[in-house]
Write a protein that binds this ligand. Structure first.
Ligand code: AMP
Length: 122
């Protein structure tokens, strides 16, 4: 079962941040890093992560400082502009087992590039 209370450094996004494995960058600041999802679920699929260590959006929401929260939330619109997602897009953050989270480093998916429909399939 995925642990969303205790951060485990041995996760793929932690490895990407430490440059132990490669990624395809889209946007980077002191606080956040965004890169292309390796298995895109839409024509545009980018993952945004904080550089600080949080297990999930739940952990981030409870524990993060205002500077990091602001940086993460502001980055969404900046990245949407850079990706020219003028017709709209979807953000998703999966939390824990029932939320479908696979990588236990908090991330927000940005999906777009086509009409996505009203709901994600089970
Ligand atoms: P989640 O299910 O919300 O935890 O999403 C994890 C996402 O990470 C999935 O969409 C994967 O395709 C993506 N992913 C896994 N490994 C990599 C990687 N090395 N580079 C980019 N994206 C990855």
């Amino acid at each position: 079962m995925i642990d969303i209370k205790n951060y485990n450094k041995d996760n793929v996004f932690g490895k990407i941040l430490r440059k132990e494995i490669p990624s395809d960058p889209v946007y980077e600041t002191e606080e956040v890093y965004a890169f292309k999802d390796i298995n895109p679920q839409a024509p545009i699929h980018v993952v945004i992560i904080p550089k600080k260590e949080y297990c999930s959006f739940d952990d981030f929401s409870r524990s993060s400082g205002e500077k990091t929260i602001l940086a993460m939330i502001r980055s969404i619109a900046i990245i949407a502009d850079e990706l020219k997602l003028k017709k709209g897009y979807r953000i998703i953050s999966n939390i824990g087992d029932f939320g479908g989270q696979e990588v236990p480093h908090f991330h927000i998916h940005i999906l777009g590039g086509k009409r996505l429909g009203r709901i994600i399939a089970p």
